[in-house]
Design a protein around this ligand. Structure first.
Ligand code: ADP
Ligand code: ZN
Ligand code: ZN
Length: 805
């Protein structure tokens, strides 16, 4: 008996329909309906989209089949999701208490949710029988939707399988092909005559010769100008009718057309070899073992990844490499492309929707065996995984903070188990959770304590800013840092200055009465934006022109306070007028590709000082950087969060790692008002283990992870009384379900007690093992879903929270 019933999760954003519904598969669609395809089904009076989770036979159904409605249409010719991902969504929904439809959608690249048309396309030089061919239009296309209506999908299948026709997706939203001005010779055939005519005009000769050589591809105008062909010779030759300009389609693959010099594997150092061998063993044993690769910056972790991936490819399996979004620099991607060429798919948010979908399809169709990507690439549809690598595993960006919330590490563990493959967590500063697991033997620890080039770690100096103040220096730059920068400028070496963004937003303050303008909707001060002279709220988007007079006391002494990167740039320009400064922050990198461009400029030596926020902490690897300055080490340390010391240690270590990665020795200067804090002292000494042990003691005392698991419940509503009532209810339900070994804290106002006119209360649970917790979570999630539908009273359940705000 065939599979005639499909179990479908429907695209309705409601808890009450968060289960599969059965539909009959019409005979003429039986070959295309499989787990992972999207279908259109009748649902009540509507037609809606859904995902097929499973197909079963009539015998397995335990009800009157006559009642079943039929699938109306299939959206995909082949499933976008693998069966593995379908299973994963099931586990995910239980573990992170999330609706399955939200998870399924989060797994797919967003282009799929945009408007698109699937078509069958006859391949060039293929003749189909008239009975089939007549359905195709003049372009050789036949719309999938129409083929289903014509009941032709069955008929087409053999031609699809033998490659005579191919499936194509036409995206029709926001994904139109980009074009760019290009230049070509009008008459390539007579190139030689042309050249001899131009012998007396060397510039024009060169240009024509170049275009002749490159005539098989699009040569962009921009490219010619960058190669310093002059605009005037291009114009002259165009006027003479020798050249013409035209609009060429820009390839969506952002790396297409670029030549990647193939790079051979390096001979591994003894430390690398040892790590490599253990990974290789697990790979061959098909063992779902998790490894923690603890290696200092520059210890050659990436080289180990590259070589183990080579082994994976030899086994005809695939490899996933995850990196934090900001570490996904061109330098990083190029290293992978140089090693593995076109087999690499790159997935990150800087790509357009269309580009992302192209990369996704490369993986789905087996044309790419390696993915390099940010958080959401954990859902890449590989069919046979040989390894999963999460680099910089401690990074907070691996936690998805928006619904459906998840942590990449948990998803990776599940997938590694499914495929029976090793999982590697790499970091110079592992998260406390991971290191503790390695200590207990849950993870296998691999250590690489020395740098590949035997280069000593940079010299780190702590500069006590309290002393600077005492000596009358009230500027942002300590004397030590100033002198160090001057020396670098003299020696023509490069400087990186790091400014921690958090806590450094500008705000306005009245010098007379101390008034700070607040957002009327949120309990938070407004941020001053110099470029537009506006005050803005970063939480609700409220904005208003910056006042000239204090709204509270009418004094005119209301000023901008705080130091943004822009301000520091001005101060730097004053202190070092001869220095060329490149500023990198959210304002200078909004345009696509600008991040890459600024880094390139700095790498090419077009800047002496690179000033930036978090985004420069990673991936920067230039030989001429010999000084790294941290302007304000304290802002992170003072955040009211149990991870603030850990974050400070990690960030400072990372920043420090940017100096002296090559032949020249590096120096790091950290300015701080807390020079004796262990997180800062341990950075100075490069002593992860010491930091780990001290921090573990604090975590134990405070009953925090990794000693306890946390769940954070946030309840929001416009009416404070309702919020408080609900929070008390959540608290009671938890007491009913949990043992007396768990701690249930709150209800208490959240760190941001009001956002966008909604009050926010929290309940925090700390526990070690609570079998009944899952019932409480499911119950609360269902219950407050109803409350939300009726009354906008919302409950957010954050499992293993990363931000306590
Ligand atoms: P990490 O990822 O731990 O920071 P990388 O893999 O980026 O370290 O290595 C640091 C530098 O050392 C890179 O420039 C890399 O090309 C080089 N390198 C790594 N392994 C070797 C090796 N076995 N022999 C020579 N150079 C190496
Ligand atoms: Zn005032
Ligand atoms: Zn606001």
């Amino acid at each position: 008996m065939g599979m005639t019933i499909a179990q479908v999760i429907v695209d309705v954003d409601s808890k009450s329909v968060d289960r599969t519904f059965d539909y009959r598969i019409p005979e003429y669609l039986s070959t295309v309906v499989q787990p992972g395809v999207r279908v259109i089904v009748p649902f009540g009076p509507r037609k809606i989209q859904g995902f097929v989770m499973a197909c079963i036979s009539e015998e397995e159904a335990e009800y009157d089949l006559a009642q079943l409605k039929s699938i109306i249409e299939v959206k995909d010719i082949q499933p976008e999701l693998t069966e593995e991902l379908v299973h994963l969504s099931e586990w995910f929904s239980r573990y992170f208490v999330s609706k399955r439809i939200s998870i399924l959608e989060a797994m797919l690249p967003s282009a799929i949710k945009a408007k698109y048309t699937k078509v069958f396309q006859i391949q060039p030089e293929i003749e189909l029988p008239q009975a089939i061919a007549k359905y195709f239009d003049a372009q050789g296309q036949y719309h999938y939707q129409k083929a289903q209506k014509d009941h032709m999908v069955h008929e087409l299948r053999p031609y699809l399988l033998d490659g005579s026709i191919k499936e194509m997706t036409l995206l029709n939203q926001n994904t139109t092909r980009k074009t760019q001005k290009a230049v070509r010779l009008v008459d390539v055939e007579n190139g030689d005559t042309l050249l001899s005519d131009l012998e007396k005009k060397p510039k024009q000769y060169e240009l024509v010769a170049f275009l002749l050589d490159e005539h098989h591809r699009d040569v962009f105008l921009q490219e010619l100008l960058e190669m310093s062909f002059s605009n005037s010779s291009i114009t002259t030759l165009t006027q003479k009718g020798i050249l013409e300009k035209y609009d060429a389609i820009v390839e969506r693959d952002p790396y297409a057309g670029r030549v990647f010099e193939a790079e051979a594997a390096r001979k591994l150092t003894a430390e690398q070899q040892k790590a490599f061998e253990q990974l290789n063993q697990a790979l061959h044993d098909e063992k779902a073992q998790t490894f923690l690769l603890h290696g200092v910056t520059g210890s050659g972790k990436t080289e180990v990844y590259l070589q183990i991936i080579e082994q994976v490819l030899k086994q005809n399996k695939s490899a996933m490499m995850l990196v934090p979004e900001i570490a996904l620099t061109p330098q990083m991607v190029n290293r992978f492309k140089r090693r593995f060429g076109d087999e690499v798919a790159v997935l990150h948010s800087a790509l357009s929707k269309g580009e992302r979908y192209d990369e996704w399809q490369k993986i789905r169709d087996g044309r790419a065996q390696v993915s390099v990507g940010a958080r959401s690439s954990i859902f890449a549809p590989f069919k046979k995984l040989g390894i999963i690598i999460i680099d910089e595993e401690h990074e907070a960006t691996y936690k998805q903070e928006d619904y459906p919330r998840y942590h990449v590490r948990d998803i990776a563990t599940w997938r590694a188990n499914f495929h029976g493959c090793p999982l590697v967590l790499g970091s110079a500063t592992p998260s406390l959770e991971s290191y503790a697991r390695a200590e207990k033997g849950v993870y296998q620890l691999l250590s690489m304590p020395s740098r590949v080039n035997q280069q000593p770690l940079p010299d780190i100096e702590i500069c006590d800013m309290r002393e600077e103040l005492a000596h009358g220096n009230r500027s942002m730059f300590s004397e030590k840092l100033k002198t160090a920068i001057e020396t670098r400028l003299e020696r023509e070496e490069q400087v990186v200055l790091f400014l921690n963004r958090r806590g450094y937003a500008s705000f306005m303050l009245c010098r007379d009465c101390g008034h700070v303008p607040q957002c009327p909707n949120c309990d938070i001060s407004l941020t001053y934006h110099k470029s537009t002279a506006q005050l803005k709220c970063h939480y609700c988007g409220y904005q208003t022109p910056a006042p000239f007079q204090c709204p509270s006391c009418e004094s005119e002494h209301i000023r901008q306070m705080g130091t943004g990167t822009q301000k520091v740039e001005e101060l730097l320009e004053k202190a070092f007028p001869e220095a060329r400064i490149i500023r990198m922050d959210v304002d200078t990198t909004t345009q696509k590709g600008s991040h890459e461009k600024l880094l390139q400029q700095f790498g090419d030596g077009k800047g002496d000082i690179l000033l930036g926020t978090q985004m420069i902490a990673k991936g920067l690897d230039f030989p001429n950087i010999t000084l790294v300055g941290v302007l304000n080490a304290d802002t992170l340390l003072n955040l009211p969060d149990f991870r603030s010391s850990e974050r400070t240690f990690q960030l400072l270590t990372q920043v420090a790692g940017r100096a002296g990665r090559h032949e020249k020795t590096g120096e790091v200067i950290i300015q701080t008002y807390n020079p004796d804090h262990y997180a800062i002292q341990d950075v100075k000494n490069g002593d992860y283990l010491n930091f780990y042990q001290k921090e573990m003691r604090y975590r134990q005392l405070g009953q925090y992870p990794p000693y306890y698991y946390l769940i954070n419940f946030t309840i929001t509503h416009e009416n404070m009384k309702k919020v408080l009532q609900a929070a008390t209810h959540v608290h009671q339900i938890l007491i009913q379900h949990l043992s007396d070994k768990a701690f249930i804290l709150g209800p208490s106002p959240a760190a941001l007690p009001r956002i966008n006119n909604e009050y926010r209360f929290q309940v925090l649970v700390k526990y070690k093992s609570e079998p009944s917790l899952i019932h409480a979570l499911t119950y609360l999630d269902d219950y407050y879903h109803e409350q939300y539908v009726n009354d906008k009273l919302a409950l957010k359940i954050d499992i293993n929270p990363h931000m306590m705000m």
